[in-house]
Design a protein. Sequence first.
Length: 359
Amino acid sequence: MVARLFPVVLFIASIRCDDGVLDIQYPSLSVHAPADGDIILQSGYDLKDVYLKPGPGGSVMFENDDILKIIEVAKSMPPIWSKHAHMGFFGTFIGEQRINIKLDAEDPEGTNLHFMVVSGELPEGVTLNNVTGHITGIIPDVEDIFKFTIRAIDEHNKYADALFKMETIVKDHCETNPCLHGGTCTDTKGWFNCTCRTGYGGPRCEFSCVSQSLGVNDRNKIPDAQMSGYLTYSTYLESNGRYGASGYGWVGSNSNSWLQVDLGNLTKVYAVRNQGYSSSYYSTAYTLSVSVDGTTFLSVNNTNGGKHAFHASTGNYKYSLPVPVDARFVRFHPTSYHNKPQLKVDLYGCHYQRQTKIL
């Protein structure tokens, strides 16, 4: 049964009929047919076109769905990938290189896109911003090839996939010749190591060992716990025996007293400095002994094989050792003095080298 006529009930509506066109202006119009009936919208001869034209922001609803939205989704096209980056499909990158690449895709309908990796993996340290489409990070310092697929998705859930390839190569950290004063550079993964010529030290062989203070005067480098002694006199503590300290410094009780500095790790010691303070207490000479383990100590000898004596007084003196020595622990033994042995000391040299990371 087809219901071709149906009643329309209007309350306070504006109805016009010009040139055979019925214009009903009303905020809401409901058209109903019997439960087993039909509603037919008919136009023109031979049942030609019927137009549904909602105004701005309007909808054409069928049950709970907006027909216009369904049509919009059906007609929408998937995103389109263009050239993926300034290097095409990414290409080759050097380890530790910082990257910021914008993925180049767009939606024909102009909606916003979001991105996701749907297969494969990005290199470690590299991430994708799903909203902006930027791939950023620092390239790992490895020889490898990374393949992954990125999906561009529009607001209608239409999508397009693109396959990317990133080749990473190891950076040559020695390429810039980082080692100074004739040092030899060795490249390792993410690092370089300088082997210095004799007499030079530092991560890049940047300083002369005989001029490089090992920091006895700096409590941040040599804490108080690394200053010790034997037969210390009264309150003149070992921690006061630093070069440049105020007051008398360290004072011992007799010729058996000694002051010890723990350098913290194995070091090549090249020179020593001592400083007097007052005519009341001061040393006039001292010898050195050194140890790599804190148990066995060996004397620092002169070229004749005897213990080398270092001059001291109320003044300030720096001496090079007859031959540089390996040591972690250095002891100062006053051999002559006025009233009581007294010392303020510093040491000069180079700590044994460690690999240095390039940041």
